[in-house]
Design a protein around this ligand. Structure first.
Ligand code: ARG
Length: 563
């Protein structure tokens, strides 16, 4: 807010735009000289005067006002804030204002997208958490956000699944945990097919039946989908994630011929070992396979039809794909083919990749049965949180719900704290901890703001903060000032996170804000009984609470009144 105000008033007195000025403004390490400095070197060339001369002139033409004092020091124009006035103004404005950079632009976010009849993988978990944070962040920044779960519900593996189910499966097997039973069937199919190749033939036949709409094949396929969705939805509920659309790969079955026709009319298709491909030699990439030699379409073909549908029918202006970095080649090929087809919107398609997540140093793999594993992780996180709560706050009511929110929140925050491309080395002990750079630490700080506001309300005839009575001279100290400066940065943090598709920017900011608040809390007596002082300090507590709550919400983590 301050930067913008300074930039705007400086722009009236020189030939630079306020945006150019804002980029030049510096925050000197020695605050004695000023809180913000404007270096006049850039103007020197334009105005053919020395930087020091310009600084001197600006200091006279831009006099001090109620918010700041200006002075020239060599080539710099310095601004020193009147802290009380600035803080009063900030509180009056209701804290930091978020710029709407998205301006109603519709962005479609492909996220989570697990595969039917297979366990929900750790990559899908990361995609869900990162995707959900981006969905919130971009929405906050003024985009019209739509998220889609691109379920892996089509492909030759369904022929195998039906075959395996008919040979070895049955209701009894899947009663307890259908996904686990399906995974076992799938694994068994591959083992037995090595010895009995006729199983492969059978599977192919079933897939053909499925493709031609055979009712029996469809029935099994629907059952797999239903069972899988029930399991996935349990997980989404716990993570607090919802989808605007579930549109699986099968949805595009009847939309692919048109794509293949278009590619062939454009002369982009070539034959290669019986398959139809689009060559990408010029770009130094392997060809994108459109149709396999047996005539079946594949993942890439479905993704082409999907992108066209999202652009044409869903009117997406920007298409994001939150998918692991291991699929980078696939998305490069996909976007290049769209570009070759003459779609200039291909440049608004973006792959948002992320790195692996390691559990206590080990890669989690499908063979270890991830559904159970993932639920176990959340369960364990919650019971770990419960143990800490029992110790710290044994009389807390609703302990189990709080522990669930702390445990799940800790897992989400622990993931989002790292730049998304980094490998995350996940350890429950580290993330479910009330101290350190963790979700619970931020949640605990929020609960602290709530307890302060409750305490003040009970001693103040029910009124929490009497803003009119506040005297911000009481918040001129360094701890209050650092807190306000941190709060003022929030809009920049959100914009940066949204522009870089990087939720970690928000997570890291929340840690820093919580630390700054806790320093303020430990050094300043807040409930003093002096109305003018208490109200001023409580105003900062309230703004901190609002900011932390909003930030946690962006990441998909619950803020708790008590813990
Ligand atoms: N189901 C895929 C997988 O598990 C992820 C799909 C990502 N989205 C897409 N449009 N390709 O690998």
């Amino acid at each position: 807010m301050l930067k913008e105000m300074i930039a705007a008033s400086l722009a009236e007195h020189c030939s630079l735009s306020s945006q150019q000025i804002a980029e030049l403004l510096e925050f000197p390490p020695n605050e004695q000289l000023g809180d913000v400095a404007f270096p006049c070197f850039a103007l020197s060339k334009l105005m053919k005067q020395s930087p020091a001369q310009i600084a001197g002139q600006l200091a006279t033409s831009l006099p001090s006002n109620s918010l700041w004092t200006t002075s020239a020091a060599g080539p710099y124009l310095n601004f020193k804030f009147n802290r009380a006035a600035v803080i009063g103004q900030f509180v009056k404005n209701g804290g930091a204002q978020i710029p709407e950079i998205g301006k109603g632009k519709r962005v479609i976010i492909d996220m989570s997208s697990p595969n039917i009849a297979k366990p929900f993988g750790i990559g899908h978990l990361r995609s869900t958490m990162i995707g959900n944070a981006l969905y919130n962040l971009l929405g906050k920044a003024g985009y019209e956000t739509v998220n889609v779960n691109h379920l892996g519900d089509w492909g030759t593996q369904f022929g195998k699944m039906i075959t395996a189910y008919l040979h070895w499966g049955g209701p009894a097997d899947k009663a307890e945990d259908p996904i686990k039973a399906y995974l076992e069937l799938y694994v068994r199919f591959h083992e037995e097919a090595k010895l009995r190749p006729e199983l492969e033939t059978e599977a192919r036949e079933w897939f053909v039946k499925l493709e031609t709409g055979d009712p029996e094949a469809r029935r099994y396929w629907s059952m797999f989908i239903e069972d899988s969705l029930a399991a996935f939805n349990k997980l989404y509920d716990r993570l607090g994630v919802a989808f605007d659309h579930y549109l699986g790969e099968s949805f595009y079955n009847d939309k692919m011929d048109a794509v293949v026709d278009q590619l062939s009319q454009l002369g982009l298709l070539e034959e290669s070992d019986g398959a139809l491909v689009v060559r990408l030699d010029e770009e130094g990439l392997p060809p994108c396979i459109i149709k396999k030699s047996d005539g079946s379409s594949i993942y890439a073909t479905r993704d082409l039809a999907t992108a066209i549908y999202r652009h044409d029918q869903m009117q997406g202006e920007e298409l994001l794909y939150v998918v692991g970095a291991e699929q980078s080649l696939h998305f490069r090929q996909l976007f290049l083919v769209l570009n070759r087809m003459g779609f200039d919107w291909a440049k608004s398609c973006k792959h948002i990749p992320f790195g692996l997540m390691l559990m206590d140093g080990q890669k989690m793999s499908t063979r270890r049965g991830k559904v159970v594993f993932l639920e176990d992780v959340l369960d364990e996180a919650a019971s770990h949180a419960l143990r800490i709560i029992e110790e710290k706050n044994p009389t807390l009511s609703g302990k189990n719900e709080v522990a669930e929110a702390v445990g799940v929140g800790a897992v989400i925050f622990g993931d989002l704290l790292h730049s998304r491309l980094h490998e995350v080395n996940f350890s429950l002990e580290d993330v479910v901890n009330f101290e350190g750079e963790t979700g619970p630490y931020v949640q605990y700080t929020y609960a602290r703001t709530q307890s302060l506001l409750r305490k003040a309300a009970s001693g103040n005839s029910g009124e929490q903060v009497q803003s009119e009575a506040a005297d911000y001279l009481h918040t001129e100290g360094d701890y209050s000032w650092q807190l306000v400066k941190s709060l003022m940065r929030y809009p920049d943090v959100l914009v940066q996170a949204a522009q870089r598709y990087e939720p970690s920017v928000v997570a890291r900011y929340l840690i820093e804000l919580a630390q700054t608040f806790n320093r303020f809390y430990h050094h300043e007596k807040i409930i003093t009984g002096n109305t003018a002082e208490q109200s001023a300090k409580l105003a900062l507590v309230r703004l901190t609470a609002e900011c932390v709550e909003d930030g946690l919400h962006m990441l998909g983590v619950k803020a708790l009144k008590e813990m």
